[in-house]
Design a binder for this molecule. Structure first.
Ligand code: BES
Ligand code: MN
Ligand code: ZN
Length: 496
């Protein structure tokens, strides 16, 4: 897949499909009025008769449409203009692509919506383009016969020659970010027999080489030398050794450094606190945070964002065995704190404890971690919204704003001091569970906070949105790539 741009009246655009968006409860304006005239008012008649309501995610295919150079048209509802936002534009592209790519075709052209309130044309192009890319891919990595067919070319149709130059920039952004999100989704969708700490680290090294990112991989001996005994304790139950991938990018010497840390549990069985089959079935997704960090780093380096990044992927497998950590074990984390293990299924916070400690020692100025950390966060916020927890309100607000601009959903959860009571231990400094069913996402975040020193830090619990159990109108089941676009946007803003 690649993006191109074109300035032409929509009816002249040659393509297998011409995608056009309609605003709800509005007469056809801008380039659509001309298109409608060429189509002998077919569009406006469909609207008048109520066949097209232009609700969000509504699609109407028109085969061999009148008066168009394109073979087919797809009319996609945009909803009311006043309610349009970043996520709505992404969904417009995504729902169109999901409709079209069930069959093979070469060239899809998309007329970019006009008059979107509060958004510039580059951003509109980037959001719609990201959606088109996202909707073209499914989870069927290992199917012998594919069930989804990505087109060769997406052409974004601009409304003037000047507009085309701006749209072109958005198209480049969509292409880079589309590739990055695809990488994250692929990594999450890969079966755990193929993706485990060593192979994930190999892949990261490969990506780093291709992209021009400095990459260092710490193996189990390096990790012991670095005193990462909490991470090593989780890894011990598996025959597959752990890895810590350290990505470094210097986009602007002397400027502040942004630290990104991802949970990379390539399979979470729960360990001795074994999950049930039902809880375990999708646990190859437990490395989605690490996948997002690698992918976002690739995207921002390809875009030459002038920012300094340290990206850490904490890679382990959480399995039960004769060597596995036990309930009651006390671990010595890298930063010197002792941790009582009361549930081996709360393994994410153990590996992040050491990875966050390592990040702080790299003197990052700000930190973000992404982790499929708790089922509690899904109870609190559902499948589409990630939890945002932080030790710094200003930093949290910046992360939140970047997510909003990227069209991804975060919601803050409180971090009041009294939540720390939940992780007090009788025998060690802290314990690795909150000890009750309540506020599990927050007690996990409070645990992580013990390892970030005073560094402004934001924790994204992506347990819900990183993984989709079922297909829906805008994406397939499986890995979603959640967080990649938020991190890329955050890094872009961080550079300013
Ligand atoms: N990886 C899971 C969290 C998870 C659950 C991610 C569902 C995606 C979907 C994590 O390691 C875990 O098992 N958390 C436990 C913590 C508990 C033992 C304190 C949980 O949420 O139940
Ligand atoms: Mn777990
Ligand atoms: Zn886990």
């Amino acid at each position: 897949m690649q993006f191109t741009t074109q300035f032409a009246p929509p009816h002249e655009v040659q393509a297998d499909w011409l995608v056009v968006g309609l605003w709800e409860d509005e007469p056809l304006g801008g380039p659509l009025a001309g298109l409608d005239a060429r189509m002998e008012r077919q569009l406006s008649r469909l609207v008048e008769r109520g066949d097209i309501a232009a609700k969000p995610k509504e699609t109407t295919p028109l085969y061999e449409p009148r008066g168009l150079a394109a073979d087919r048209a797809l009319v996609v509802g945009l909803g009311p203009r006043a309610k349009s936002d970043q996520a709505g534009l992404f969904n417009f592209g995504a729902v169109a692509a999901r409709t079209i790519t069930t069959k093979a075709c070469e060239r899809v052209a998309c007329v970019l919506p006009e008059g979107v309130p509060n958004l510039d044309r580059e951003t509109i192009a980037a959001l719609v383009g990201s959606g088109l890319w996202h909707g073209s891919e499914g989870a069927g990595l290992r199917k012998t016969k594919p069930d989804r067919f990505a087109p060769k070319e997406f052409c974004l149709v601009a409304s003037s020659a000047e507009d085309r130059a701006v749209v072109e920039r958005g198209a480049r952004r969509a292409e880079v970010e589309g590739r990055a999100v695809s990488l994250a989704r692929e990594l999450v969708n890969l079966p755990p027999c193929d993706l485990y700490p060593e192979t994930f680290a190999d892949r990261a090294r490969h990506v780093a080489q291709q992209t021009g990112i400095e990459c260092m991989v710490l193996d189990e001996r390096d990790l012991a030398a670095e005193r990462m005994h909490a991470l090593l304790a989780v890894a011990r139950g598996s025959d597959r050794p752990p890895r810590l991938v350290v990505l470094r990018y210097q986009g602007r010497a002397g400027a502040a450094t942004l630290g990104l840390v991802g949970k990379g549990v390539t399979f979470d069985s729960g360990g001795l606190s074994l999950k049930t089959t039902e809880q375990m079935v999708d646990m190859k997704c437990d490395m989605a945070g690490a996948a997002a960090v690698l992918s976002a780093t690739q995207a921002l380096v390809q875009q030459k964002v002038p920012v300094n990044i340290v990206g850490l992927l904490a890679l382990v497998e959480n399995l039960p065995s004769g060597k596995a950590m036990k309930l009651g074990d006390v671990l010595h984390a890298r930063n010197g704190k002792t941790i009582e293990v009361l549930n081996t299924d709360a393994e994410g916070r153990l590996i992040l404890a050491d990875a966050l400690g390592y990040a702080v020692d790299q003197r990052v100025n700000h930190l973000v971690d992404l982790a499929t950390l708790t089922g509690s966060c899904i109870v609190a916020l559902g499948m589409d919204v990630a939890g945002l927890m932080s030790n710094d309100d200003a930093w949290s607000a910046r992360v939140h704003a970047a997510a909003r601009a990227a069209g991804e959903r975060l919601w803050p959860l409180p971090m009041d001091a009294q939540y720390s009571e939940m992780i007090k231990s009788d025998v060690a400094d802290i314990k690795n569970t909150g000890g009750s069913r309540w506020a599990g996402a927050i007690s996990a975040a409070k645990f992580l906070e013990e390892f970030v020193g005073g560094t402004p830090w934001a924790h994204l619990d992506i347990a819900g949105p990183a993984w989709a159990e079922k297909d829906n109108a805008v994406r397939s089941s499986g890995g979603t790539g959640f967080g990649v676009r938020t991190l890329t946007e955050l890094a872009r803003r961080y550079a300013e």
